[in-house]
Ligand binder design. Structure first.
Ligand code: BEZ
Length: 208
């Protein structure tokens, strides 16, 4: 099943390292960083799970719950987490879904046959509190993700929602933002009383 931005993230129930997860119920009022990795006891995955744990405060500040997944079982996950904690100098507290039968991985199209028919690639789903998929990314098995970018896109999505703006290339929090073309001048004057720079009628930037 291929999932698109704007789709409701499919619900599921699965075992995890912190107990059974009923996904939609578990989301609560938060955002979710749902990410798959190929397998336990593998090097790139060890660094990614460790990095996610190290960023616990950064995710919490943004009201984002991380949720990992691989097609291994809970017992293997638990043994591996001890290794992750030890080697990455952290404490993994977020849940990792155990999906040995690839049920959730198939539901989220995380199995890419040219990479593996039994293990997930590195998929990312950013899901909002309405359970809507807001961003997807897919990395191959041999390339670890950039977690600064994951936090950056979460900041961009949350700022865009709150402030009616879009973000330009390489935007970082505090940088100039774009007034979307869907906002007419009269409305823009109300929303952005600080004014804006108009380089073209379709290219208006402002600072929040
Ligand atoms: C890794 O995590 O290092 C890895 C896992 C599966 C395939 C390639 C790399």
């Amino acid at each position: 099943m291929s999932l698109h931005i704007g789709d409701i993230a499919p619900d599921f129930s699965a075992e995890s390292t912190t107990g059974k997860i009923r996904f939609h119920e578990w989301i609560g009022d938060d955002w979710v960083f749902f990410f798959s990795h190929p397998g336990d006891f593998t090097p790139v995955c060890t660094t990614e799970i460790g990095r996610t744990a190290q960023l616990a405060d950064a995710f919490a500040t943004r009201h984002v719950k991380p949720l990992g997944l691989s097609t291994d079982g809970v017992a293997e996950h638990m043994k591996w987490i001890a290794d992750v904690n030890d080697t990455q100098k952290t404490t993994v507290a977020f849940p990792i879904v155990a999906d040995p039968d690839c049920i959730v991985a198939k539901l989220y199209d995380m199995i890419h046959a040219h990479e593996s028919t039994t293990a997930a690639v590195r998929s990312v789903f950013i899901i909002d509190p309405e359970r809507k998929i807001r961003l997807t990314m897919t990395y191959p098995m041999n390339v670890g993700r950039n977690f600064d970018e994951i936090l950056r896109v979460i900041d961009a999505l949350q700022t865009a929602d709150a402030k009616h703006i879009a973000t330009p290339a390489d935007w970082m929090p505090g940088g100039k933002v774009i007034i979307p073309t869907s906002i007419e001048t009269a409305e823009a004057k109300k929303l952005f009383p600080q004014g804006w720079t108009e380089e073209r009628p379709y290219l208006r930037t402002t600072t929040l």
